[in-house]
Design a protein. Structure first.
Length: 185
């Protein structure tokens, strides 16, 4: 009798693990990430920009754009700088007043995802609609790997911004100097 009960509980544990919720699989996968690097394609009002980024959790990002202006985005965890390296444009924003406040705060994302139900979208990925402090983001995870694959936000001019990420690398040694805010010239 004890063997039957033990087998029954082992079966239940296996059943529960194999049918864990999508949200739990995404959360468990995302918890393991300290940093990621990736290439991206970003669409803003039918304009396509490409480049590469490094995100170091919590709240740090470094992005180089492959465009004429050689745009650079850097966050040190408190402020976000957008600089056009080919010109003199230089903008500084408090990080918490930008959509990056959501993208770069892994703990906040995990808390929000725990309370939401994933929407299966386009038979390719899971989507979460997240709102916090006036910022809004749609965040996408791959349907099989549960990896982050992009997001959709509005920029400061209320333009729809869709970012797709690919060639993702996780948990590598990152030079902390990368997140030093660039100076205006």
């Amino acid at each position: 009798m004890i063997k039957k009960i033990l087998c029954f509980f082992l079966f239940l544990n296996f059943f529960n693990y194999s049918y864990a919720s999508v949200e739990n699989k995404i959360i468990n996968n995302f918890k393991k990430i300290d940093n990621i690097s990736f290439n991206f394609k970003q669409i803003i009002n039918d304009k396509i920009e490409e480049g590469n980024c490094v995100i170091q959790y919590p709240k740090k990002i470094y992005c180089n754009y492959d465009n004429v202006k050689k745009k650079l985005i850097v966050s040190n965890g408190n402020s976000l700088v957008i600089k056009n390296q080919a010109g003199k444009e230089y903008f500084t924003y408090p990080l918490d007043q930008t959509p990056f406040a959501l993208i770069l705060d892994k703990n906040l994302l995990l808390q929000k995802i725990e309370k939401l139900n994933a929407k299966f979208f386009n038979e390719k990925y899971y989507l979460f609609n997240i709102k916090n402090n006036g910022n809004f983001i749609n965040i996408f995870f791959h349907k099989d790997s549960y990896d982050l694959i992009g997001w959709q936000t509005e920029d400061i001019y209320q333009n729809l911004v869709v970012t797709y990420i690919f060639n993702v690398k996780k948990n590598f040694n990152v030079d902390k100097k990368l997140f030093k805010l660039p100076q205006a010239h």
